[in-house]
Write a protein that binds this ligand. Sequence first.
Ligand code: TXA
Ligand code: MG
Length: 307
Amino acid sequence: MNDRQAEVEAAASAIRGGGLVLMPTETVYGLAADAGNARAVAAVYEAKGRPSFNPLIAHVADLEMARRIARFDDRAEALARRFWPGPLTLVLPAGDTEAVCDLARAGLETVAVRAPAHPLAHALIEAVGGPLVAPSANRSGRPSPTTFADAVEETGAAAAAALDGGPCGIGLESTVVALLDAPRLLRPGAVTRAEIEAVVGPLAEAEADAKRSPGRLARHYAPNAPVRLDARAPEPGEAWLSFGPGAPGPYNLSPTGDLREAAANLFAYLRAADRTGPAGIAVAPIPQEGLGEAINDRLKRAAGFVG
Ligand code: TXA
Ligand code: MG
């Protein structure tokens, strides 16, 4: 066994014992626990300071494991085949409700499921042999951690083990799509609306009902400093999250104007800017196309506007 395997095995045994593990994924770091262990799931909510009506995503190794916990129709199959493993979460009618306990689903008869692409996440789920809940590893209402150090700072104290996967490649959470009636976009994310619509046709908007995807609550992902959007320039005392060619650093989300790079930098730069203790954080306009929809969604929440 090499060091990595030994680390994964130790983390898996922490999970089996009801402990929590900091788990890297391709989107953001998660705080993982056995989805079937209500005590462990309660410890996750507690570590995050999260309102317990907010349901969690069950992370699976593959479609086969997903089929044990959720009921797939043709549309769900098609989306899973196209985007898994990867940053797409499907909300489906729940299957085996023991493998994903009531508390993890916040009492709903639906379950959110995704197969992460990160090799360490995949190895951990395989080693445990069942689904893991893993909300983003931030304390509730704070930006999601995209580096190992940020994850440790947020909820490391509650974790029995931590897997260092380096910085997250995507840096923005998974897209959440519900397939209960019409396909519905509950949370814009790393897979764009256009990519999903190419598989299942037009997406209905999320209902105003926040219980369906409380990730859509206002003032989510917020740093300490107030955030000002669509700013042309910083006011005195403000930190400046700029975007595009020729815009000044140190927090230029993408000097080449690449939305993928901006997504990867978003949370880390919000945190870094916030750490300088500014009067506020001014953010340049970000185009509302492709990944820009998800970036602007997170920025609106950071600024405290209802989505
Ligand atoms: O990229 C991600 O999805 C990350 C990584 C760690 O996998 N996880 C993540 O989990 O962002 P979390 O718990 O921070 O966000 C889960 C989102 C929330 O918006 C939640 O409301 C929604 O999924 N969700 C979970 N179960 C649901 C359900 N049964 N019905 C509707 N929405 C659900
Ligand atoms: Mg989150």
